[in-house]
Each structure stands twice: as C-alpha cells, then as structure tokens.
Design a protein around this ligand. Structure first.
Ligand code: IPM
Ligand code: MG
Length: 362
C-alpha cells in the first residue's frame, strides 16, 4: 500500500518520540512491502516561533493532504516561559483545538491498559488490579464546553466570564455510535457518563444515547454520573470496558484512567473523523523538563502508530506486529526511566526505539 502520513512532531520531547515512531513505520513498510510518504509540518510553540501561529493554515493543509496524522506533543512549560503570556487564541493549546475542529476529529479514543509487566507502577492496591485494567475512554472532541459560546463582560460585581456546554443530537448520536461500535468489537459493555441529574445538555445526551442503543441490542448499556465515574475508575477500573462521554468530562476521566495504569508514557490515542482519516498521538505532553536528554518513553507514540495502521490504513496484521513488539520489549525487561522500577536498569528513547524496530524486523 502507498500512504501519506503527516508528521507534526511539535515541541520538546515531541520530535524525539516521533523520530522513533517513524523508524518503526519504516520497519513496517519494509517488512510488509508498503510505501509510507512523510511530510512534516510545524505545530505548537515551534509553529508560534516560525510562523506566529500555533496551528498555521499551511500545517492544516499538509494534514488534509494525508491519509493520517502523527503528532508528538505540543505545549511549553506550565508556568513561566514566553508561551504562557500569549493571548488565549495564540496559545499552543488553542492550536490543538483548531486542529481537532478543522479536521473534523470528533471521536477521541483513549485506551487505558495495565501491562502485566508494569503492575508495580500501578498506584492502586494489588487486590484492586489483580485482574488488570483494560478500558477505553471515548471522548467527544469537537463540541461541548471547549467549543461553545464564550465571553467576558463587566458587571456591577466586577468582570464575569462564561463558557457554554452545548450539544446537538447529531453530535451526540455520532459519538454514541462510535461507543457502541467499539463495544461490539470488545466486551460489549458501554458505560455512558454524563451529569444528567444537573445539566440540561446531559439530559439530551442521555436520551440520545438511549435511542441509539436500540440499534445495538447486544451491547449492555449503563449510565454513571461523572463524579461517580471518576470514583469508580479509582475503586474498581476492571468493571469498565468502553466509556463514552462529552469533551470536558472525557478530558478529565481519560487522565484518571491513564493515571491508574501508572504509566502515562505507555498510553496512545486516536482522534477520528468520519471515514478513515485520523490523528494519532501519545496521551502524554511535551515534558520540557526531560527534553533533549534521550529520556522520553517512545512507546506511547509507537502504540499510537499501531492505532494509525489499524484505523486509518486498515493494516491490522501490521498493527498487531507493532503491539507484539512492544509487548516483547516489556517481557524482555526493557524499560525507559519512567517505567523502570527502583533498581531496574533504564534505557533511553533511542535504544527503546531501536529495540522495537529490531523485534519487528526479526
Ligand atoms: C488533552 C489535553 C488538551 C485538552 C489540552 C492540551 C488542550 O489536556 O488532549 O487531553 O484539554 O483536550
Ligand atoms: Mg487532557
């Protein structure tokens, strides 16, 4: 197959982990006889410096001309630094939102899996995770609080500011279908998360999910309020198979689900549009503190490549091979610093990337 992949390495450790993922794609191409063409474009702080725009139109065009996009990470240090004093629409995060909405990437898939080999990194009690964690959060990504009307105005009590959580039936229905279809391919359990006891948008959300459920009778549907869902992830993550929720709730819950696996450096994600187009990126951020030191874990990006192969290119054997290589690296005891237990030897970004490439070639 001949495919074009847009590369948005982004900031700090972004380029380091993307470089390793590209080597993995190279190994896959060679082994299975595919041709992957790459085109790189700036995003985030890097793009602000080059073009004074966190998501330039030229970068969006490169993405639009591709079959899939691989993103490293965007963003600068959390405090201090020149990128924190920029107006809201110029921040690297605004660039990410523009990318999501311009490319129609409304379905964000965030798997949270606890690898057996990394159980020691899991912050939950052993008895809670004895049977592992294998869930996926499906987050609506182009609506809700992130994209609703917002503003500020002066009042007699000082300035006031607002954001609006707004959804229409079309937006809810299409993400609900992604949830049901994903559940169909897994353990057939879908948990809808909302705040229907308080929010009007959640009441509409829940009624649409229930309507759509009639088309998927083999999927067992349950509902949780978002506060309880957060608690349940911490108390008993094994109960979950697929979770579907709106943008802001999904932002928060996917962090919790990721955190309980204990290794954010291992978590991939996919953001999908209708059809096969998608953007793939590690869940972790740009980690300015460890950038340039060959310390970053490339496995989240490499696992994102597996999702890219599976969802956008339809290459499931190739995706399996990448995941098997990651599993093999863990089984053989290879660890980057973030997943090494106390006293365990850690290898660097480059060495981990090379190991995965070698396993794929073998
Ligand atoms: C995420 C991040 C982003 C979000 C930020 C960086 C805008 O937290 O992808 O989860 O809130 O969506
Ligand atoms: Mg987040």
């Amino acid at each position: 197959m001949n495919a074009k992949i847009a590369l948005l390495p982004g900031d700090y450790i972004g380029p380091e982990v993307v470089a390793e993922a590209v080597k993995v794609l190279g190994a896959v191409a060679q082994k299975y006889g595919h041709t992957f063409n790459f085109e790189e474009a700036p995003a985030g702080c890097t793009a602000i410096e080059l073009l004074e725009d966190p998501m330039p139109e030229s970068t969006l065009d490169v993405c639009r001309s591709a079959d899939a996009v691989l993103l490293g990470a965007v963003g600068g240090p959390v405090s201090g630094g020149k990128f924190n004093n920029l107006p809201g629409h110029m921040r690297p995060e605004a660039g990410l939102l523009k990318l999501r909405s311009s490319l129609g990437l409304y379905a964000n898939l965030r798997p949270a899996v606890l690898f057996d080999e990394l159980k020691n990194a899991c912050p939950l009690a052993e008895r809670v995770v004895a049977d592992g964690i294998d869930m996926i959060v499906i987050r609506e990504l182009t609506g809700g609080l992130y994209f609703g009307p917002r503003g500020r105005k002066q009042t007699e009590f000082g300035e006031s500011a607002w954001d609006t959580m707004i959804y229409n039936e079309m937006e809810i229905e299409r993400i609900a279908r992604v949830g049901f279809k994903t559940a169909q391919l897994r353990n057939k359990k879908l948990c809808n998360v909302d705040k229907a006891n308080v929010l009007e948008s959640s009441r509409l959300w829940r009624s649409v999910v229930e309507r759509v459920a009639k088309d998927y009778p083999e999927v067992e549907l349950s509902h949780l309020y978002v506060d309880n869902a957060a608690m349940q992830i911490a108390l008993n993550p094994k109960q979950f198979d697929v979770m579907v929720t709106e943008n802001m709730f999904g932002d928060i819950l996917s962090d919790i689900a990721g955190a309980v696996t204990g290794s954010i450096g291992m978590l991939p994600s996919a953001s999908l549009a209708d059809g096969t187009f998608g953007l793939y990126e590690p869940v972790h951020g740009s980690a300015p503190d460890i950038a340039g030191k060959n310390l970053a874990n490339p496995l989240a990006t490499i696992l994102s490549v597996a999702m890219l192969l599976r969802f956008s290119l339809g290459l499931s054997a190739e995706a399996d091979a990448v995941e098997a290589a990651v599993q093999q690296a863990l089984t053989c005891g290879l660890r980057t610093a973030d997943i090494a237990a106390k006293g365990e030897k850690a290898i660097g970004t480059l060495e981990m990337g090379k190991a995965i490439v070698d396993y794929i070639r073998a």
